[in-house]
Write a protein that binds this ligand. Structure first.
Ligand code: LLP
Length: 422
């Protein structure tokens, strides 16, 4: 559910027509709905309310300062994965005591920065990292707090191999069989307290089964550790909750909660949760303009002004984004949506690579030069993964709140592209 809907045959973001946004701010353009963003945060909060979890928005999914400020203002914490993300979370007003820091490759400087900031916890991924954080905390006269990321080795049925993380033989976490030993051994360390367990299975996930299997395995590990006198203070159940790239594709967070809460309630630990895409995914779209049409062999191409540098998900993960003209109301959003008189096209961008496409073999109403297309569900892993490839300035970002539209990141200029070089 989001606030990008057709009214009188025209796509609106909340109360503002998409074509007005494109005319005013140019294209390609990322457009976010404030109401959708906050609503999705509130859905997570309400679904898991019984457990009173620490909700840490995964800032990697969309780190725009204004959006992060809104979430921080609503009481949300942050899951960060680099010193840059930590800096951003703090700049957005993030409360350090609600920030957790994950990632397999934290540098010494990043660890020191996080310790000085006084974050809630590190999510640690190896014995070598525990040893290093212990050493750095010692030199700073601090005690680090950490959860160990456990790799529960569960399979995901439909998640792309590049975004599956909870399987053995990915670089993430410590094998379940070894995790207990690692926690026991770290008990003697003086400057790090390993008192939590973390998991993150992959992204996006549209099934409860892997979470249930993983929680079962980790609860058993926690029971063993508690019996040995190692108190586990919190369990961070990670992120990965899917969103509707197609109408009705994703489970509402409430269904995940219904399956998971019974396994998490009444235990001695506190819960943390790290949703990214669930909060930001459907809160944003990308608007792009048709530049040209052409044919190549049997194929028809619609060439638009957004490239793979603006939204890389289709080519990197075969990610499906529903794309439709903003002046024709579609019957629904999905892979096979068809209307009378449509045509099968590839929607491609201006970047000089064959991999530069937003969609392949997609049915679309016939469009002309100047028509505006909306690429839906582009709020997560959209702008944040954009680049300047082909020396293209990155797109602008706009936030809509009712009838107001505000620029929250201006379009880059050619001078911006040269600014850091000497
Ligand atoms: N926690 C950890 C430790 C993570 O690695 C991630 C995402 C999350 C939480 C948030 O996952 P979410 O709730 O957003 O699914 N670029 C890919 C997705 C990469 C996800 C990386 N980790 C995409 O565009 O599909």
């Amino acid at each position: 559910m989001d606030h990008f809907n057709y009214r009188n045959g025209k796509l609106h973001c909340e109360d503002v027509p998409a074509d007005e946004l494109a005319a005013k701010f140019g294209t390609p353009l990322f457009v976010y709905s404030k109401a959708t963003l906050l609503r999705h945060y509130e859905q997570v909060r309400d679904a898991f309310a019984e457990l009173d979890p620490l909700i840490c928005y995964s800032i990697k999914s969309n780190g725009n300062l204004t959006l992060c400020k809104l979430l921080a203002g609503a009481g949300c914490g942050f899951d960060v994965t680099s010193g840059g993300e930590l800096h951003r979370a703090l700049a957005a007003g993030g409360d350090p005591s609600k920030i957790i820091y994950a990632g397999v490759g934290k540098t010494d400087d990043e660890i020191a920065q996080a310790l000085r900031t006084g974050i809630a916890a590190f999510n640690v991924e190896s014995e070598a990292e525990i040893e290093n954080i212990d050493r750095i905390a010692g030199t700073l006269g601090k005690t680090a707090v950490a959860a160990i990321r456990v790799n529960p080795d569960v399979s995901l049925s439909a998640t792309h191999v590049k975004t599956t993380t909870g399987k053995k033989e990915t670089k993430f976490g410590v094998d379940l069989e070894r995790a207990g030993q690692v926690i026991r051994e770290s008990a003697s360390r003086k400057h790090i307290r390993v008192a939590g367990i973390h998991m993150h299975l992959g992204s996006p996930i549209n099934e409860t089964e892997p979470y249930i299997k993983a929680i079962e395995k980790i609860n058993a590990l926690i029971d063993e550790l508690e019996a040995d006198g190692h108190h586990i203070e919190w369990f961070d159940i990670g992120g990965g909750y899917g969103v509707d790239y197609e109408t009705g594709q994703a489970m509402p967070i409430g269904e995940f909660a219904e399956a998971m809460v019974p396994m998490l309630r009444g235990r001695k630990y506190r819960i943390a949760i790290e949703p990214g895409r669930y909060i930001s995914g459907n809160a944003g779209v990308m608007l792009t303009k048709v530049l040209y049409r052409k044919t190549g062999g049997e194929k028809k191409f619609v060439i638009v002004d957004a490239g793979m540098n603006d939204l890389i998900r289709p080519t990197l993960y075969e990610g499906f984004h529903f794309i439709w003209p903003t002046h024709v109301e579609p019957p629904t959003r999905g892979r096979d949506v068809r209307v009378d008189g449509d045509e099968k096209v590839d929607i491609v961008g201006p970047v000089c690579e064959s991999g530069d496409y937003q969609a392949k073999d997609r049915y679309l109403p016939v469009t002309e030069r100047g028509d505006l297309l909306c690429v839906h569900t582009a709020g997560a892993y959209g702008f944040v993964m954009s680049s300047n490839y082909n020396h293209r300035p990155r797109a602008a970002e706009v936030l809509v709140d009712g009838t107001n539209a505000t620029i929250i990141r201006r379009r880059e200029t050619y001078d911006d592209l040269l600014a850091l070089e000497q």
